[in-house]
Design a protein around this ligand. Structure first.
Ligand SMILES: [Mg+2]
Length: 225
């Protein structure tokens, strides 16, 4: 009987120490509170400010790199790679209206509405790149079947003169966007371009190399592996 008590106490003590060191079921942040913080981050101007700082740094780098290249007797073919959603176009209004939820069907409907506005500092960067003979390639997780509304939306938002848009195949099976985006950059390089900058709001936009520099924009709204 005594033995059993000793074993119980020992077990209790071990579990207590373990739980104290590493709480397994700690309460996560409150969802309503998080939503409020996300909206405040946007509405306070914090999101725009963070976007501006990073895009300005990317813009300065691209222009300096292009100016140096253009002074060479034989300039190289320079390119940049841009993601589309929350990098070149903003879906914020529709996301907020849906309280940051939404099915794949709703997202597709939004893509076909083709009315997302430009992320303004990115449009400035885009025009700067083209003005300095840097080719722009869009590489997006949107699907090939969404090519027409995607092109229409980009043009309507002010993007003109891009070199190509790479969209995910409709039958894409990978769980991550990384292989698709990586192969797209490889394919651009095979055409003789040096990708000097790759810019996106997800780490999966940028992972895997094939760009001199990467610039990660904020996105507290959703996550794409
Ligand atoms: Mg994106």
């Amino acid at each position: 009987m005594k033995h059993r008590h000793v074993i119980s106490y020992a077990l209790f003590a071990t579990l207590t120490i373990f739980a104290w060191q590493k709480p397994i079921f700690a309460e996560p942040p409150n969802l309503s509170q998080l939503l409020l913080e996300v909206k405040t981050y946007h509405d306070s101007g914090g999101y725009d400010q963070d976007l501006c700082v990073i895009i300005k740094a990317a813009d300065d780098f691209i222009v300096r790199r292009a100016q140096a290249n253009n002074q060479h007797a034989k300039p190289k073919k320079l390119a940049i790679v841009l993601d589309i959603d929350e990098t070149s176009l903003s879906n914020y209004k529709r996301m907020e209206a849906r309280n940051f939820t939404g099915s794949k069907h709703q997202w597709k409907k939004d893509v076909f509405a083709a009315d997302a506005p430009a992320i303004k500092p990115m449009l400035i960067l885009y025009k700067d790149a083209i003005a300095h003979n840097v080719s722009v390639f869009f590489v997006t997780g949107r699907h090939e079947s969404e090519r027409v509304p995607t092109s229409q939306n980009l043009a309507a938002a002010g993007y003109q003169g891009w070199s190509a848009i790479y969209l995910k195949p409709d039958d894409y099976k990978e769980n991550s966007a990384i292989p698709f985006k990586l192969h797209a950059r490889e394919s651009i390089e095979k055409q003789g371009y040096i990708i000097i900058a790759s810019i996106g709001d997800q780490n999966s936009d940028l992972a895997g190399g094939h760009a001199e520099k990467t610039f990660k924009l904020p996105n507290p709204y959703y996550y794409i592996p």
